[in-house]
Ligand binder design. Structure first.
Ligand code: 5GP
Length: 214
């Protein structure tokens, strides 16, 4: 990836239209993707703490095991494969995916999205690229943000520093990351997460701009 990539850029150039004084859009879906290890979860957690905007995080369901420190119903709804399958058959998911091809499933629950949207909030979905494309097909007005960290080398450094993954898992995540980085231009907004506070500020700015759109 080019090192000259902008820290924060919309895919299309912005117009010089004057900013309208108040939001015309009451919330919506905000899809945030990016390679595992780029710092998405930290950015989203800080965004929820720091922002004055009406935000809700969609808590995904997963069949992967909780990591140390992860809380049930906060980080994820941790399900067995059978529970996940039952919800899938009942149509409870807006989208679902076996993210790393190793038998662990992840999915966005319709109920998580509906409650946030019903309350006029920006509902944050932190999901993989394929899941994002499925959401976009059902909700074309979703705001899409891709968070990366500049290079695969930096990503590998962050994944190792996190110290939560086996060597095989790191290699798998890097392999998936290559595919995800190739699709980042499908997102309206892209952020290079060098500094968490700066990334949070950029997302707030994006939502303020998106809120002005008709
Ligand atoms: P982790 O295992 O590190 O928590 O998450 C691995 C990947 O799964 C992340 O890249 C994350 O974006 C993705 N992911 C988490 N929840 C969902 C979901 O509900 N749907 C999809 N498609 N991907 C998800």
């Amino acid at each position: 990836m080019s090192t000259t990539v902008a820290l924060f850029r919309p895919a299309a150039a912005m117009t010089s239209e004057p900013t309208r004084p108040k939001a015309t859009r009451a919330g919506g879906l905000v899809v945030i993707s990016g390679p595992s290890g780029a710092g998405k979860s930290t950015v989203v957690r800080e965004l929820l703490c720091q922002s004055q905007l009406p935000l809700a995080r969609s808590v995904s369901a997963t069949t992967r095991a909780p990591r140390p420190g992860e809380k049930v119903g906060v980080d994820y709804h941790f399900l067995t494969k059978e529970e996940f399958q039952r919800l899938r058959e009942a149509g409870a998911f807006l989208e679902y995916k076996e993210v790393f091809g190793r038998g662990d499933w992840y999915g966005t629950l319709q109920s998580e999205v509906a409650s946030g949207l019903g309350a006029g909030k920006w509902v944050i979905l932190e999901i993989d690229v394929e899941g994002a494309m499925s959401v976009l097909a059902a909700h074309p007005d979703a705001v899409t943000i891709f968070i990366h960290c500049g290079s695969l080398e930096e990503l590998e450094r962050r994944l190792r520093q996190r110290n939560t993954e086996s060597e095989a898992s790191i290699q798998r995540r890097l392999e998936v990351a290559r595919g995800e980085l190739a699709l980042q231009d499908r997102y309206t907004w892209q952020i290079n997460n060098i500094d968490v506070d700066q990334s949070v500020h950029q997302i707030c700015d994006i939502l303020a701009r998106e809120g002005m759109k008709e």
